[in-house]
Ligand binder design. Structure first.
Ligand code: SF4
Length: 358
């Protein structure tokens, strides 16, 4: 049996539920020092604005754990603490109001320490994410398999899950990240066959904005298309806002996001008579701040323009120095090229308002 996202156990994280439905939650991670509350909050607010639904911060010292209390007061989405090994930091983060802890129970140490973290989580209703990473598998698995493999990753996840289940703890989310795309796909696919908990998708250390986007889309896209994954983070060596933008675009490709605008634009060819690249880029930038499912098409000429525009809420088809403006499939007027973007923005605002009111 494969646990597709709607079949996984629903796990509450703050005001969100991960798993148990077709919804896929978008996460990102702060690049700031967590102890710097002002900088961390500013980054989280930018992430929220971009559509991030949950954010992780590193909790690598007591100052970071202490900062959680103040950060929580100033943000609006669930906050996740990323903790390695140190159970005291986990306890402090939980005490300070964290919504989820990312820690591997098998790395905490003695059983009393694991129990202390699990009991604190139980008391506050906080889930634990087990984060398996191909680059840091347990030595006994490396000894058994020789090197990181999808099977070793799943075995590692089951090992950590077993520790939590033994303590009757089931609010679990699991990730199995690798920077090798085929390995990540295989690990998550195998995990979905045996792990009933929601899976957090990610291609780790994917790279820069361009290469990392392609790599993440290839790996995570393959999994999403199979119904696997209830939450995701795109890992980029870039402003984390870009991670959220990529995540939204990716979910849009699979119809897994309800509040995102779509831009259809043509690749252009010799028939083009307007500066379509800059128009498309400007419109895309404008749409990126909207949280409504508006569909806009920007086509270079009348060959496909009217057809595409008919499918869109608003669209243009270019002509020599001007564009035909379509609204809900009907040509409404011709607009000079210099005014196309501003006219489109006005139309977009109008339609977005209609969406917001309905
Ligand atoms: Fe070329 Fe027109 Fe098609 Fe754009 S819509 S690719 S300009 S034929």
């Amino acid at each position: 049996m494969t646990f597709l996202r709607q079949d996984t156990r629903p796990v509450k994280v703050g005001n969100l539920t991960i798993g148990g439905s077709d919804e896929v939650i978008i996460q990102s991670m702060c690049t700031t020092k967590t102890a710097d509350v002002a900088a961390t909050v500013a980054e989280i607010l930018r992430l929220e604005e971009a559509g991030c639904q949950m954010v992780r911060v590193t909790v690598n010292n007591e100052e970071a754990a202490a900062a959680i209390k103040e950060i929580k007061k100033q943000i609006h989405i669930p906050l996740v603490a990323d903790i390695h090994f140190n159970y005291k930091l986990a306890l402090q983060a939980i005490e300070n109001g964290i919504d989820k802890v990312r820690i591997n129970p098998g790395n905490i140490g003695r059983r009393e320490k694991v129990e202390a973290v699990v009991n604190a989580c139980k008391e506050k209703g906080i889930p634990i994410r087990i984060g398996v990473n191909a680059g840091s598998l347990e030595q006994h698995l490396l000894d058994k398999y020789g090197y990181p493999t999808p099977e070793a990753m799943v075995e590692s996840a089951l090992y950590h899950i077993g520790i939590l289940e033994e303590l009757d703890f089931h609010d679990i989310i699991v990730s199995l990240k690798a920077s090798d795309v085929p390995m990540a796909i295989e690990a998550y696919t195998k995990a979905a066959e045996v792990i009933p908990y929601p899976l957090h998708l990610g291609i780790t250390e994917a790279g820069t904005l361009f290469a990392g986007t392609v790599k993440s889309a290839a790996g995570i896209g393959a999994l999403l298309s199979r119904g696997i994954g209830s939450t995701l983070r795109i890992s980029l060596s870039a402003d984390p806002v870009e991670e959220v933008k990529v995540a939204r675009e990716l979910l849009k490709s699979f119809g897994l996001i309800a509040n995102a605008p779509t831009l259809v634009s043509c690749p252009t060819c010799g028939r083009l008579d307007i500066d379509l690249f800059s128009i498309a880029n400007e419109v895309e930038e404008y749409l990126s701040s909207l949280k409504v499912p508006i569909k806009v098409s920007v086509l270079g000429c009348a060959v496909n323009g009217p057809g595409e525009a008919r499918e869109a809420d608003i669209g243009i088809a270019g002509a020599r120095g001007e564009g035909m403006l379509f609204r809900y499939g009907e040509m409404v007027r011709k607009v000079p090229e210099a005014e196309l973007v501003s006219e489109l923005k006005k139309e977009i605002d109008h339609i977005a308002k209609v969406f917001e009111e309905t």
